[in-house]
Design a protein around this ligand. Structure first.
Ligand code: FMN
Length: 209
């Protein structure tokens, strides 16, 4: 089939927005920020990725308003006001906490505590990292890019940051490498589906040159 996205994202026979199932698997950027009042915010973003290696840069996309309002998501407001965010790796054992942290709660709620997670202080930025996440990247804001907005004009934004500090749990470093089978990253598929990276589905392919 073929369809033009300007005619909507649910062409027959699709019952749900199909776009989220078209670019998969996606990494989950589990983003911590802090408000100017000092409240910790945590939320998952699957419109997330690493952009460059040296210097390392990453991006996440807070899209749309908070449901039922014309208020920007806290992950956007906080980074606009403070210029800092932290990427936390979401792993299989952190699935429930990650899902909890996607709930829309008032800006006054500490979403790390709300998800039952312990915060750990960062070195170079104010937002804390998720202590039990094996990998965290401290980031300073480089740029916020306005993306095209839908008809109801709720905003779409790409937040680009430069990584200024890197945390890696010692127990996932094996023979001088990160052991992804020990990290067990979680990936986002379409709809409400996820995929697990575990040791038995990792393989190595040498490059041709
Ligand atoms: C796995 C997962 C991925 C998500 N990815 C995105 C995303 O890329 N962009 C987005 O705006 N919301 C995404 N959401 C929804 C946000 O996490 C949710 O709106 C969250 O409450 C953000 O709110 P806050 O920044 O106000 O805390 C995702 C939710 C889940 C569970």
């Amino acid at each position: 089939m073929y369809f033009d996205p300007k005619d909507g994202m649910k062409p027959p026979p699709f019952k749900h927005t199909v776009y989220n199932a078209l670019v998969v698997p996606r990494p989950i950027g589990w983003i911590s920020t802090i408000s100017t009042a000092g409240v910790i915010n945590l939320a998952p973003f699957s419109f997330f990725n690493a952009l460059s290696g040296e210097p390392p840069c990453v991006m996440y996309c807070p899209n749309g308003f908070k449901p039922g309002s014309t208020e920007a998501k806290d992950s956007l407001t906080n980074v606009q006001e403070t210029g800092e965010f932290v990427y936390n790796m979401c792993t299989v054992d952190l699935l429930d906490a990650m899902n909890k942290s996607s709930a829309h709660v008032p800006s006054s709620v500490d979403e790390m505590a709300e998800a039952g997670l312990e915060a750990a202080a960062c070195e170079q930025v104010k937002p804390p990292r998720v202590k039990n996440s094996p990998i965290a990247l401290e980031c300073k804001l480089l740029q916020i890019v306005d993306l095209p907005a839908p008809k109801n004009s709720s905003p779409n934004n790409m937040v680009v940051g430069q990584v200024v500090g890197i945390h890696i749990a010692d127990d996932v470093i094996v023979d001088g490498k990160i052991d992804a089978g020990l990290v067990q990253p979680l990936a986002r598929l379409g709809y409400l589906d996820y995929a697990k990276i575990t040791a038995d589905n990792i393989f190595t392919v040498p490059r041709p040159d």
